[in-house]
Design a protein around this ligand. Sequence first.
Ligand code: HEC
Length: 143
Amino acid sequence: MYVPTEKKFYMIRRKNLSIPLLICFFFSSIFWQRKFPAPPSADATINPLKGNADATTEGKRTYTMYCVPCHGSKGKGDGIAAPGLAKPPADHTSDFVQKQKDGAIFWVITEGNNPMPTYKTTLTEMQRWQLVNYIRTLAKTKK
Ligand code: HEC
């Protein structure tokens, strides 16, 4: 059977285009959705409440209200809403979280990363630092 060469050429071109397109989608999904961990620049932000015990107590209150449903009462990432999420919530007792600087954790709480919400407007800056203080008390290995 005779196949017009022009049509053949068109089909090949379409096929070849789909591969670079797929690669583009793949990388854009990584760069635009995956924000954790924080960028290195966040490390330089100084925690104004470091060592402030009252702030840590306040942080626990906020944590119970806003974070426990996903991260669990001990911060292990086993909250009641956790099984329904597209990604498991981070374990706040883990080295992965605890090894990050205060500024980086603050950045994470501020920015969020779907399905984790952003707290830029829901919580004040001080409330977010209080949370950082409280998250430090959840460490598996106390320093
Ligand atoms: C709707 C569920 C949900 C709520 C509510 C939530 N988180 Fe998260 N959180 C997540 C998920 C899911 C991840 C992991 C996301 C990822 O790996 O991309 C995460 C990750 C984190 C991380 C680790 C980020 C990193 O460096 O990888 C920190 C710290 C954190 N959350 C703090 C908090 C705090 C503090 C609150 C309360 C103010 C909170 N989260 C509320 C779902 C939630």
